[in-house]
Design a protein around this ligand. Structure first.
Ligand SMILES: [Zn+2]
Length: 463
């Protein structure tokens, strides 16, 4: 078994010597898990990146003048896509690991800590979340940024995404509680022209909103008015806190009003009625599951609604949600969903002669990559190793202690791997993690900023 250190310092130096827009990188001899239904898995395959784009996948590619990365003994796979995380909370991560109801979370975080956040705290939390995401193989992150108290808070959150080099989706919402400038949603037009003017850039903008007025009143609740704002700007909508009967009623209203569709993502979607699911399937709405959030915090039925989504033809994306109480990475989401769905499937037919309908490791990797991209409105851009898409990819060491010997690449990614096995992360063709380290981060300086922000937030009385 020939295993090479694919991502040595010398190769990185050579990569960085070349102009990024014309650079060619040829990965050779890898197990390529494309997640493209037409391309499947290639054993001993090559992958060519030119500038920011994947231009070829296949056996023994030739590419004159390319930097060659010997990827023997590794798996190449698309970067993971997080469809919903509240990134600004990262300096509060695991502050309430045993929270067991939504009200407890809301009162401590959204009605408490959130109210004292300054723009720099938004920047530090969002940057920390994005860097951690990159380290664990998430190349696209939808930041459901629901603490936009002023224009400057929004700017700080967007700039934090930009400064990490992640493929960021900034989904903007005003805060739930406390004093704020009431600049949202009107300020979305300014944000769009300031940060999101190109159709071919790393960052995209969405409107973030809640399903009902139950948590924070009518101003933040999705309806015809907010749908009009989003459609006039040509941006998608991400709706959080979609659960239970009130949300089910809302879904039926939205369907009637014509404001459901592929550009609308419903997050969680736990405890919805069959009628609501039929309406979502009919409208082609996308769904962002939050497997650990639903189960651990106990949102409505606490069951991640993957079977309900699949039964109406919706293949969902996966999401991390809040680091205050949950894990930060996609491996945890994939494994949680895989185990929970199978438990539910078998439990549902136990003692009968019916057969359980189980999802597979391929299904959950599809949800974590290609379906996540589709959910975030980026299906043509990322989520699979398809020639023509942007080069957002992971190099996973398949012959590390915990992965050797490589017997099944998808099983190895979904059930065996974790962040330590990711030797390299490329986003838009640019190395962001190399030789096991996130690049261009002064960890000591970052730690100082994170601690200072955490101290300020914890020690300032809520307003
Ligand atoms: Zn959420």
């Amino acid at each position: 078994m020939n295993v090479n250190d694919t991502t040595s310092a010398a190769v990185l130096e050579e990569l960085r010597r070349r102009p990024a827009d014309r650079r060619r990188i040829l990965f050779t001899g890898a197990t390529v898990v494309t997640m493209d239904p037409g391309l499947g898995v290639l054993d001993g395959g090559d992958l060519l990146v030119e500038g920011d784009t994947i231009t070829a996948v296949g056996p023994r590619l030739d590419a004159a003048d390319a930097v060659v990365v010997d990827a023997t003994g590794t798996i190449l796979t698309p970067g993971f896509v997080d469809t919903h995380r509240h990134a600004w909370e990262a300096q509060l991560r695991r502050i309430m690991p045993d929270v067991d109801d939504l009200g407890g979370y809301v009162m401590a975080t959204l009605a408490g800590y959130a109210t004292v956040y300054r723009p720099q705290d938004m920047y530090i939390g969002t940057r920390l979340a994005a860097l951690t995401a990159i380290d664990s193989g998430i190349t696209t992150m939808l930041d459901f940024s629901h603490n936009s108290r002023t224009r400057e808070h929004s700017d700080a959150a967007v700039e934090a995404l930009r400064d990490t080099g992640i493929r960021g989706v900034h989904a903007s919402m005003g805060p739930h509680f406390g004093d704020w400038d009431r600049q949202w949603p009107g300020d979305l037009a300014r944000l769009r022209s300031r940060y999101f003017s190109s159709d071919d850039q790393l960052l995209t903008l969405r409107l973030a909103t809640l399903a009902t007025d139950e948590i924070a009143g009518p101003a933040l609740a999705y309806g015809p008015e907010l749908a009009r704002v989003a459609r006039e700007l040509g941006i998608g909508v991400s709706v959080d806190a979609v659960f239970g009967t009130a949300s089910s009623d809302a879904v039926l209203r939205w369907a009637k009003d014509g404001i459901l569709g592929p550009d609308v993502t419903l997050i969680h979607s736990t405890g919805l009625t069959p009628e609501a699911w039929q309406a979502m399937g009919g409208a082609g709405t996308t769904v962002a599951l939050a497997p650990t959030s639903d189960a651990q915090i106990g949102l409505e039925t606490a069951i991640p609604a993957v079977d309900e989504a699949l039964s109406v033809g919706i293949r969902p994306g996966l999401s991390i949600d809040v680091e205050v109480a949950l894990a930060s990475d996609m491996f945890t989401q994939m494994r949680a969903l895989h185990a929970i769905q199978r438990m539910r499937a078998v439990n549902g037919v136990h003692g009968t002669d019916r057969q359980p309908s189980r999802i597979t490791t391929h299904d959950v990797l599809d949800f974590a990559t290609l379906q996540g991209a589709r959910t975030n409105g980026l299906a043509g851009v990322t989520g699979s190793l398809t020639p023509g898409k942007k080069a957002d990819l992971l190099v996973i060491r398949a012959e590390d202690l915990n992965n050797m010997p490589l017997n099944d690449p998808i099983g190895t990614i979904v059930l065996g791997s974790d962040a330590r096995n990711i030797s390299a992360v490329l986003i838009d063709g640019e190395p962001r993690k190399w030789d096991g380290q996130v690049l261009d981060v002064d960890l000591a300086a970052l730690r100082g900023e994170v601690h200072a922000s955490r101290e300020y937030v914890l020690n300032t009385p809520a307003v």
